[in-house]
Design a protein around this ligand. Sequence first.
Ligand code: ATR
Length: 269
Amino acid sequence: MDRYAVLGHPIAHSLSPRIHGLFAAQTGAALSYVAIDSEAAALAETLARLHTEGYAGVNLTLPLKVHAVALCSELSARAQAAGSVNTLIRHESGWRGDNTDGAGLLRDLQHNLGCKLAGQRVLLLGAGGAARGVLQPLLDAQPAELTIAGRTPWKPEDLAAEFKDRGALRPCTFLALKGDRYDLVINATSAGHSGATPPLPPGIYASGGRAYDLSYGRAAEPFLARARELGAVQVFDGLGMLVEQAAEAFSLWRGLRPETASVLAALRS
Ligand code: ATR
């Protein structure tokens, strides 16, 4: 039986074992998938042990995604662009690091929710690890505009400078958003975890504008509630992205893409 694990700290409430269990049942795969609590300081040792024990793949969640980059023996192009890894694939000599978060977001937005990005005005909020992880796939989807806004001015500026050869990206402060209009606003800040929401000016949502939060559950509520007040016609949390990034990891490991709609419906119920 092939063995997989998700590592993070804390990890007890991770939905990944349930999601991969549903994928396994659906595809008839004989596999185990467990959650293992690991702090960053113990990650090197934990990954070495899982490799020795024959694990076929590993997922990483907070706070390990950036830390794990240095522990991979090779990295995919999208993991390099993201500067973080959420999926490890076993190689004889070590772990190949990949990042399926951006692909998961794009698949949820474009395929599940019908939000086409090409030609749209898109605003990304936050300039930390989560924002960085989805920048390249967002640029690749060819929006008419992609603005990245953050609380600490140099962080969006640094990201825009780093990605300048890979697509047009405008860095901005929250204050400077006054007068802008967007078709899609994506929240990649961690503000919702403390019940806060990034300060957006009235009029930020264009007619028909939509809001997406990379978080799900309670952490997504403040931003999505504020989005409704500001006139967003549809608001979405990131549970679909979670399922889609898992499906992408599953297909890297098993060469088979699971169906996700029934898994998302099971989690929502
Ligand atoms: P993650 O890996 O989840 O992205 P992170 O790297 O700590 O975590 O980044 C979190 C992002 O959310 C940062 O851009 C942070 O802004 P600062 O860099 O200025 O701290 C942003 N953020 C957190 N709380 C916020 C709040 N209350 N309002 C606006 N932005 C916030």
